[in-house]
Write a protein that binds this ligand. Structure first.
Ligand SMILES: NC(=O)c1ccc[n+]([C@@H]2O[C@H](COP(=O)([O-])OP(=O)(O)OC[C@H]3O[C@@H](n4cnc5c(N)ncnc54)[C@H](O)[C@@H]3O)[C@@H](O)[C@H]2O)c1
Ligand SMILES: O=C(O)C(=O)C[C@@H](O)[C@H](O)[C@H](O)COP(=O)(O)O
Ligand SMILES: [Zn+2]
Length: 363
């Protein structure tokens, strides 16, 4: 194992086992021991973009004596469908995959969400390991056990809480990531900054240009800090009974935008607009001070994240937001800030305030 790897502990709650998130370089040697020597079969779920990585992993595991199969799935959100999940179930069935076997999801958040969901549903739950290869998947999607797929009606509407047995964040994977995807992941890093860790914002503000690159002076620290925020929250509230809702900051509008764009916008880009909207909502509802609301605009813009969406789409977005998972009956609920690092819930805001907040992000 690489000596520099950082290990971040995620506690087991709700009857689940604890696990570790490893962050470093050349971590793939860890995979065999994480899988365990009693395991016979391993299924590696990977996107088209990582065909070579998937095949290399399969070969390595076969050399270690596992019966390893690679399951290639489409890139990005096209993988998060019931059809692709069914394709994976078929591959597992055809290779006699049992409850003692292991799924490995290698890729961005879309792939790890799908792989985790396939693991959660196959035989009512088998172990899985996440190897996130985007910033977003490292700091957010692969940690915490939310797995799922989209439906025509909305984002992540079908899924399960099914934590991984371990997460390997090999920073070298980020070298091949297009800059657009790298930057999209920064939205979730910035989210962690606003809800819990101001130092994240300060490191980005110090040099936003370098924060946009895998070789940036603070890239590893930004990733580790954001993982720690997520790990701490999910360690105490796996099933989103309360505290975990803060990780949904900016997501109520973001998911509606993603659905409206037929899942062609990157999640992080939508979260950027959604966070600015939530900041303005907090400000207009009298919760958040103007300087902190403005800081959202400055930080997000400084790394090149989008801040606006189409004005005429508001009625459709509002309709979609009603099926957000935080809604209760007809009551819309949003995460807003009472101040920096002080997330809270805003229930049933005045429709005029909602529209005014949207006016602040509308083109
Ligand atoms: N489960 C959770 O808690 C959670 C948290 C946050 C986000 N998410 C989900 O994560 C998804 C977004 O994840 P994402 O931003 O990683 O996008 P993504 O998974 O769509 O990946 C973006 C693109 O990059 C490619 N790619 C991945 N790694 C690469 C690499 N190292 N080099 C080159 N190309 C690579 C992918 O194949 C894809 O085409 C959304 O579906 C979102 O809902 C889930
Ligand atoms: O882990 C969580 O909890 C989050 O809300 C993290 C989000 O960044 C992530 O996008 C998550 O998938 C959203 O969950 P959902 O329950 O709103 O679909
Ligand atoms: Zn998210």
């Amino acid at each position: 194992m690489s000596e520099e790897a950082t290990r971040i502990h995620v506690g087991g709650t709700a009857g689940t086992d604890p696990y570790e998130v490893l962050v470093g370089r050349q971590l793939l040697g860890e995979l065999g021991s994480l899988i365990g020597d009693k395991v016979k079969r391993v299924a590696i779920v990977h996107p088209e973009a990582l065909a070579e990585t998937g095949e290399a992993l399969r070969g390595d595991l076969a050399d270690q004596g596992f019966e390893a199969i690679a399951i290639q799935v489409p890139n990005a959100e096209e993988a998060k469908t019931a059809e692709v999940a069914a394709y994976c179930w078929k591959a597992l069935g055809q290779s006699n995959f049992t409850r003692s076997d292991v799924v490995v999801g290698v890729g961005g958040g879309a792939t790890t969400d799908l792989a985790g969901f396939v693991a959660a549903t196959w035989l009512r739950g088998v172990r899985w390991i996440a190897i996130p290869t985007t910033v977003l998947a490292m700091v957010d999607a692969a940690v915490g056990g939310k797995t799922g797929i989209n439906t025509a009606e909305g984002k992540n509407l079908v899924g399960a809480f099914h934590p991984p047995a371990g997460v390997l964040c090999d920073l070298a994977a980020l070298d091949s990531l297009p800059v657009h995807d790298f930057v999209s992941g920064l939205a979730e890093v910035i989210k962690a900054g606003f809800i819990a860790d101001e130092k994240i914002l300060e490191l980005i503000e110090e040099d936003p240009e370098s924060a946009r690159t895998p070789t940036g002076k603070h890239t590893a620290e930004l990733i580790e800090r954001a993982i720690r925020v997520k790990a701490e929250v999910v360690s105490s509230d796996l099933k989103e009974a309360g505290l975990r809702e803060i990780l949904n900051y900016g997501h109520t509008l973001a998911h509606a935008i993603e659905k409206n764009e037929r899942y062609k916008w990157r999640h992080g880009a939508a979260v950027s607009v959604g966070m600015l909207f939530a900041a303005e909502l907090g400000r207009l509802a009298g919760r958040l001070d103007e300087a902190t609301a403005d800081r959202h605009r400055t930080v997000l813009e400084s790394v090149g994240l989008p801040l606006t969406y189409r004005y005429d789409q508001w009625p459709k977005l509002l309709e979609t937001m009603k099926v957000d998972k935080k809604s209760r009956g007809d009551l819309l609920r949003f995460i807003v800030l009472d101040g920096l690092g002080r997330p809270t819930v805003l229930e049933g805001p005045d429709p005029a305030v909602l529209l005014a907040a949207y006016g602040e992000v509308a083109e």
